[in-house]
Design a protein around this ligand. Sequence first.
Ligand code: HEC
Ligand code: HEC
Length: 366
Amino acid sequence: MKNIFYITILIFIISSCKKDGAVTNPSSVDQTYTPTPYFIQYPFYWSYYPVPIPTNNPLTVEGIALGRKLFYDPILSQNNTMSCATCHNISFGFTDNGKQFSNGLHGEIGKRNAMPIFNLGWYEKYGEINHRFFWDGGVPDIESQVFGPITNPIEMNENLFNVVSKLKSNPEYPSLFKKAFGKDTITSQLLAFAIAQFERTIISYGSKYDKGILSNFANFTQEEKDGMSIYTDIYKGDCWHCHTISSHFFTDFGFHNNGIQQTFSDSGLARITRDPADMGKFKTPSLRNLVFTAPYMHDGRFKTLEEVVEFYNSQAYLGANKDPFITSDKHEAGLNLSDYEKKSLVTFLKTLSDSSFINNPQFSKQ
Ligand code: HEC
Ligand code: HEC
């Protein structure tokens, strides 16, 4: 990796933090509050796409450490048995252990596949303003996302009042919150701020593909190169219109009906917007780290990448709201890829997976 130069973004300066930082009432901030600013790192060739950090929740080493501890702590659930990491396991690209659906605290089964957690900050810049997170875009920013799973009866089933009182009576948390936010109190807002800070640091850019960018893909096999051509060829796979390749995120940050036939009452984006034109539209997932995140799609209906490619090749459902890039004239009869073309496309998709990411000690349980 020695030939990668990282750019460093100055997130904030300490003096302004005291004035405008995460703390809602600056007058009550302890004057000895000296958080350490955290400089987020990503490759220089991503610098065209700067990641936003909210001014009211700047990244600090102390805030991130607290968020990481909370992410892995079952104290956030009703019976202290389930943490965020129960369903977002780093070894599976922060998804739920290969499961199609997650189980709630008492074994209840959800109806969506747990999403991976990486490169989330960019959705806040490029995603649709009110629709950035969850398969149906029901959440606008990373901070507000935190409350859903804690209070959802089929997830952690806890109420925020109880969580806060458990944290307050815990031997460690009061001083950790004080170090992170400079206040002698714990609130559900600060809990969400800390977890959001940790989530913003979870960035993945160490795949074979990323190394290929720097070497004109000299590290790719012929089959991987062929697969990349299928991916970008508008008369072949034509995948890049939604899973954008030029921005390195492999998503356009938007919502589309990719031809997945709805099997039960999950209307996708329309559940949130109430607009019939949004029926069956789901968030375009990044295609990074697919090797670790099976099964695939919002309802985890496909177990393998071969099944996904065959779906786009011959089974995309031409129903209402179908996206023009799925059923344009050129794809009316499916993609018609040969066996070798399908195989090489899958081989290319696998180059987007980053084993240094799932083994990164900065993101795992302390
Ligand atoms: C019981 C399993 C479960 C638990 C526990 C859980 N999640 Fe999730 N998470 C999911 C599922 C399922 C989705 C997809 C939800 C949907 O689209 O309706 C999801 C989605 C997300 C997303 C959206 C990602 C994106 O790209 O839009 C984030 C972020 C997230 N979870 C973070 C967390 C955090 C933080 C916690 C702990 C406070 C947590 N989750 C606890 C199952 C879980
Ligand atoms: C019209 C936009 C669009 C095009 C074109 C498109 N996709 Fe998708 N893709 C999506 C959307 C939206 C989803 C999520 C759908 C869902 O969950 O129901 C998705 C899901 C996926 C997934 C599942 C990822 C996961 O984490 O579950 C894979 C893999 C995938 N697409 C690969 C491809 C490939 C390969 C191509 C080209 C053959 C392609 N896509 C073309 C929009 C598109």
